[in-house]
Ligand binder design. Structure first.
Ligand code: 1CP
Length: 339
C-alpha cells in the first residue's frame, strides 16, 4: 500500500475495501450488540480494535482502516450526535452561523482520546505488512450532517445557508478544517501510516462552490498535514466530483485519489494516474450480486488501471447485504491474476 502510494507500479495491487468492517460480517453484529450503541463502539478502544481487526483476520486485506465514524468530530466539538437503530445518524441541527457559538475546539482531543488509543492499539496488533489507515470526514460532508441533523436527499438546508450566508458558512468550514487537521495529525502520532479524507457528498455543488467548499478545504488540510508529517500519504475521496477529479489531481496536493463508481477508467488512466495513485472503483452492489458479473468487472478495472500506481477498492462502501463469500471471491481474483 505504501509503495503504491509512493508511485510504484506493482504486479499485484494492494487491496482494501471502504467499510470493510461492518454489518455484513456476523462477528461485527455480535460485537456491536455487546457495545450497546454505535458511538459506544467507536469510543471503547477494546471493541473498536476488535471490529477493525475482524476483516483483516477473515480476509487478509493489505490495509486496515480504523473503526470509527466521521461524526465523532461534531460530537467532539460539542454538538449532540446519536445513532438510531436502522435509521442512521442524528444530530441536534445547527440552524445558522449564530449557533456556531455552541461549538468549541477546546475539548476536542479529550473527547477523541479513545480513538487515539484505538489507533495505538491497532498499530501494535496489526501484522507489519498491513498498513494502518486513519481517516476523517471532509469539512463539507461533515458540515452537511451538522446542518441537516442527519442524512439528507438534497442538502437543502446546508446549501441555503452556504448560498445565503457564505461568510458564516465559511466560519463553520474553517472550524472543521482546524478540527480535522488536529484530529488527523494526532492519529498519525498514535500510529496511523496513511490518512483518507471522505467527502461523500462532494458531488452536489456547481463548480465555483465545489472549489470553495470541497477542494479548497481539503487542500488546506493536506497542506497542514504535509507540514507536520511529510512522510504520511494522504488519499482524498471527493465522491461524485466527475470531471473535477482532474482539479483534485492537479491542485489538492494528495498522494492518492479514491474514484467513485461512475469515473470512466480510460479517462482516469489518462487524466489522473500520471499525477496521483488512483484507488477504486468497483460498484459495491456487484459484491451483492457476485458471480460472473463480479469477476468481469474486477478484471476490467485491473486491465485498465493496475499497470500504473493503483490500489484496488470499491467506488463507495460495502453494503450490509453483501455475502462475505463474495468478498473472498474478489480477493482471489485480484491476487491470483497473472501480471
Ligand atoms: O452498526 C451500525 O449500524 C452502524 C453502521 C456504521 C458503520 C459500520 C456507521 C454509521 N458508521 C460505520 C463505520 C464507518 N463509517 C467507517 C469505519 C469502518 C470501515 O470503513 O471499515 C468509516 C470509514 C465511516 C465513514 C462514514 N460515516 C462516511 C464516509 C464514507 C461513506 O460511506 O460515504 C459517512 C458519510 C458516514 C456517516 C454515517 N455513519 C453511519 C452511517 C450509516 C452513515 C451514512 C449515513 C448516510 O448515508 O447519510
Amino acid at each position: 500500500m505504501l509503495r503504491a502510494l509512493a508511485g510504484e507500479r506493482l504486479a499485484v495491487p494492494p487491496v482494501w475495501l471502504m467499510r470493510q468492517a461492518g454489518r455484513y460480517l456476523p462477528e461485527y453484529r455480535e460485537t456491536r450488540k455487546k457495545a450497546g450503541g454505535f458511538l459506544n463502539l467507536c469510543f471503547t478502544p477494546e471493541l473498536a480494535t476488535e471490529v477493525t481487526l475482524q476483516p483483516i483476520r477473515r480476509f487478509g486485506f493489505d490495509a486496515s482502516i480504523l473503526f470509527s465514524d466521521i461524526l465523532v468530530v461534531p460530537h467532539a466539538l460539542g454538538q449532540k450526535v446519536w445513532f438510531e437503530e436502522g435509521e442512521g445518524p442524528k444530530l441536534e441541527a445547527l440552524a445558522n452561523s449564530v449557533e456556531l457559538s455552541r461549538l468549541s475546539l477546546e475539548g476536542l482531543h479529550g473527547k477523541l482520546e479513545p480513538v487515539y488509543e484505538t489507533v495505538d492499539r491497532l498499530s501494535s496488533a496489526l501484522p507489519r505488512e498491513t498498513t494502518l489507515i486513519g481517516f476523517a470526514g471532509a469539512p463539507w460532508t461533515v458540515a452537511s450532517y451538522m446542518i441537516e441533523g442527519g442524512s439528507s436527499k438534497d442538502f437543502q438546508k446546508a446549501k441555503v445557508w452556504a448560498y445565503g450566508d457564505p461568510d458564516g458558512f465559511q466560519r463553520l468550514i474553517d472550524l472543521l478544517v482546524e478540527a480535522t487537521s488536529r484530529y488527523l495529525s494526532r492519529q498519525v502520532t498514535a500510529g496511523a501510516e496513511v490518512l483518507q479524507i471522505f467527502d461523500s457528498w462532494a458531488g452536489v455543488w456547481p463548480e465555483p462552490q465545489f472549489r470553495r467548499w470541497c477542494l479548497d478545504p481539503m487542500a488546506a488540510i493536506v497542506r497542514r498535514l504535509k507540514a507536520e508529517h511529510p512522510e504520511v500519504p494522504v488519499i482524498l475521496f471527493p465522491r461524485g466530483a466527475g470531471l473535477l477529479y482532474a482539479d483534485f489531481a492537479a491542485d489538492a496536493g494528495a498522494d492518492g485519489l479514491s474514484l467513485d463508481t461512475t469515473v470512466p477508467l480510460g479517462w482516469a488512466a489518462e487524466a489522473l494516474q500520471p499525477k496521483v495513485t488512483v484507488q477504486g472503483n468497483l460498484d459495491p452492489i456487484l459484491l451483492v450480486s457476485g458471480g460472473d458479473a463480479l469477476t468481469q468487472a474486477v478484471e476490467r478495472i485491473l486491465d485498465r488501471l493496475a499497470g500504473d500506481p493503483f490500489i484496488f477498492n470499491l467506488g463507495h462502501g460495502i453494503v450490509p447485504q453483501t455475502p462475505p463469500e463474495h468478498v473472498a471471491q474478489l480477493l482471489d481474483i485480484v491476487r491470483s491474476r497473472p501480471s
